[in-house]
Design a protein around this ligand. Sequence first.
Ligand code: COA
Length: 274
Amino acid sequence: MKVQPITLDIIREMRHVLSESAGYAVSLEDEIEYFDPNAAKSWYFLREPDGQIQSFIRSFTQNAEWSLAEIYVSPHSQNRRHITSSLLDNFKSAISFPIGHRLRFDISSYDLELNEVLAEEGFSEKRQTFLFFERKLDGSIQQLNYDTISAADSKNISEVLSHLHPVLEDEAQKWILSKTIRGVRCEGKIVAAAQIYESDDALEVNRFATHEHFLRRGFAKKLMEQIFHESSGLQKTKVYLKVEDTRLPAISFYKSLGFREIQDKRQTWHSRWY
Ligand SMILES: CC(C)(COP(=O)(O)OP(=O)(O)OC[C@H]1O[C@@H](n2cnc3c(N)ncnc32)[C@H](O)[C@@H]1OP(=O)(O)O)[C@@H](O)C(=O)NCCC(=O)NCCS
């Protein structure tokens, strides 16, 4: 079995394994769009003896500070530890990050083999556990009025989302232009905001926050109900998200809106600083 670089043609062949890794049906169009030919040299795959692609590694640069990497080795593969090490070796020799750059892998908390290999490779410096929550949509969602968001809201959106993690105004503007931001207003000002992504059968809530001066007034609930409504309109079957296990208010909030944790999708995030 030989580790080989991922090309655009290979991405087209990889849809099943990308979906298995993500836990939902990924959109092939999006996957092709994410494929950055300049970054491709650090993207690798491996074929099983039957010709099927069952494992891969890749990374996405988020900004100058950090990159998100993905490694997947089918639970049915023989010798998963060896495959994981081979993928990591090729990846590490093909890519170099600036000093201080953070590389993060998201690994199932229950995947002991992958967790062990990453620990051996020095990825144990920061560990966080993320819970995967899912809300099935049953079509009984009522008609709602949406607040429209424009580029003029960038500063406001960056302030609201920074309650979760720091977001620059430029980033907020880019997301507004790509139509991935949703929000609700109070007296004209955005007080709760979300960033969402669409896949074939689901909507992912990637960022979600209420401005700290507007908590417990039902704004997050209103926003999430808008997201449910939009998802139903797009014929999606579920809305899902990941949340750090330490974010207790958010966990209570999601449960109050009918989200359920899918326990076997719990992930431990391993980071390593260069
Ligand atoms: C989670 C968060 C978005 C909730 O926003 P909010 O606007 O205050 O939520 P709502 O007022 O709509 O609350 C709706 C329900 O959620 C639950 N809830 C919300 N905050 C809660 C808290 N701190 N403790 C317990 N339950 C809570 C309650 O059931 C609440 O209903 P109630 O007020 O009638 O009891 C907000 O706390 C926040 O921005 N947190 C920081 C960012 C974050 O962690 N985001 C999630 C990342 S994945």
